[in-house]
Design a protein around this ligand. Structure first.
Ligand SMILES: C[S@@+](CC[C@H](N)C(=O)[O-])C[C@H]1O[C@@H](n2cnc3c(N)ncnc32)[C@H](O)[C@@H]1O
Length: 210
């Protein structure tokens, strides 16, 4: 995963230029702007800062993190404003901020978590935000027009997709497509008021850490 995204940074944003997804993406942008309005946000796995830049138009403050410098370099170039900072950090070793943020967001990240890592990730993220903080997730649905079928599954049920980079290098990366019931069950361990919205191409979650 880490090596794959480091190598894919230069072409990553193509994922947001698939025409059939444009209408859903526009609706998600509005949803995100409203959800982070006047909030202090910790972002996990921010990548090239696609959602950071959108959130930056209404959020009070954002610390956007990612494990890959190559992704963050592109995010910085977006010029999100002085209220947005970027920092290299692993999703399982996030900075402890004072005061703690009132919002956490991680987009197109949950699908890359192994099923058996989800609880640990949620516990860690909860330890980095205020009690009662808002959790926001956006991720992809398993849509036959856009998403390739998994190349294989492991014993824990994680799906793997074959991803070919422009230079011809082939990676197999974890990509899971949870059902609403699975999301509710996983998030219930750390969150209340879980609201899931599902379109044809993307799902989103808003929840409250307890
Ligand atoms: C699918 S991209 C999502 C980027 C961005 N959030 C978006 O929605 O466009 C996944 C991101 O996870 C990052 N990543 C992979 N492993 C990570 C880890 N252990 N900790 C933090 N970020 C990680 C990659 O560098 C990549 O930027």
């Amino acid at each position: 995963m880490v090596a794959y995204y480091a190598r894919r940074a230069a072409v990553y944003d193509e994922v947001y230029r698939i025409p059939v997804r444009a209408a859903e993406l526009a609706a998600l942008q509005n949803w995100l702007r409203a959800a982070v309005h006047d909030r202090s946000v910790l972002e996990v796995a921010a990548g090239t800062g696609h959602w950071t830049a959108i959130a930056a138009t209404t959020a009070r403050k954002i610390l956007a993190t990612d494990v890959n410098e190559a992704m963050l370099e592109r995010a910085v170039q977006r010029g999100c404003g002085v209220h947005v900072t970027f920092r290299r950090a692993d999703a399982f070793d996030l900075p402890l901020l004072v005061p703690a943020p009132d919002t956490a967001m991680a987009h197109l990240w949950w699908s890359h978590l192994r099923r058996e890592e989800r609880a640990r990730f949620l516990r860690h993220l909860r330890s980095r935000v205020q009690p009662g903080a808002r959790l926001l997730l956006i991720d992809e649905c398993d849509h036959w027009q856009v998403v390739p079928p998994p190349s294989h599954r492991d014993a824990a049920g994680n799906g793997y997709e074959a991803r070919l980079l422009p230079d011809g290098e082939l990676f197999a990366i974890v990509k899971n497509y949870p059902t609403d019931a699975e999301l509710q069950a996983d998030l219930a361990a750390a969150c209340d008021a879980v609201t899931i919205r599902r379109g044809d191409y993307f799902w989103s979650v808003q929840a409250v850490f307890r």
